[in-house]
Design a binder for this molecule. Structure first.
Ligand code: ATP
Ligand code: MG
Length: 183
């Protein structure tokens, strides 16, 4: 699986719809201070289901919506769509037959929100099901945030173990077992 593009609409500083294509493997986003590099990372975490506003550097969940700037009024909603190349079928159970998988999240200022997989409305859980074990999730290691390396070095054995389980691809089986046991 490979991230092909990110579409940002009304998300933080990205008020006008913009699609960022990743035509080949990408390792870094460069730019001057305040240009929106970290906002792109926040966008990826958010669409993957991050539910803590603090982890997105805000105070409430609607802080991700463009809240105005000099000469520009705030907007009413934000959405992010990630498109993954899934030609190798490595993503997602029933979704594995799709050559592309698009994951979208939308939120409005009055607090309505929704998730979509290839245009179909779904639950947050459906998105985590697709990505569990791939290393990409709201808090998983595909995104190395500031301070994360020292956190790992200082982590308690239990926390370190969950990172290793995600890397080894067994976290999804543990999650399924947990669900079965709770039924
Ligand atoms: P640095 O190099 O300093 O880390 P950066 O490129 O990572 O900078 P970001 O933190 O991504 O920068 O972007 C910060 C900009 O995004 C600020 O100008 C801030 O005002 C703007 N911003 C954040 N949230 C919103 C919002 N909800 N509406 C409008 N602008 C926002
Ligand atoms: Mg930054």
């Amino acid at each position: 699986m490979r991230l092909k593009s990110i579409k940002l609409v009304g998300f933080k500083s990205f008020v006008d719809p913009v699609t960022v294509p990743f035509d080949s493997n990408m390792t870094a986003i460069l730019g001057p201070n305040g240009c929106g590099k970290s906002n792109v990372i926040d966008a990826v975490r958010w669409v993957m289901g991050e539910s803590s506003a603090k982890n997105l550097r805000g105070e409430s969940m609607t802080d991700v919506i463009f809240n105005g700037s000099t000469g520009r009024k705030p907007v009413g909603q934000a959405s992010i769509e990630l498109t993954f190349d899934n030609a190798d079928g490595s993503l997602g159970g029933a979704w594995s037959e799709y050559a592309e998988i698009a994951v979208k999240r939308l939120v409005t200022r009055d607090g309505q929100s929704g998730y979509f997989l290839n245009g179909q409305k779904c639950r947050r859980r459906d998105i985590s099901d697709v990505f569990l074990g791939t290393g990409l999730g709201p808090r998983s290691y595909s995104i190395i945030g500031q301070g994360m390396i020292s956190q790992l070095i200082e982590a308690r054995p239990d926390d370190l173990r969950s990172t290793l389980e995600e890397a080894a691809g067994i976290s999804k089986y543990k999650e399924r077992r947990r669900e079965t046991e709770n039924r």
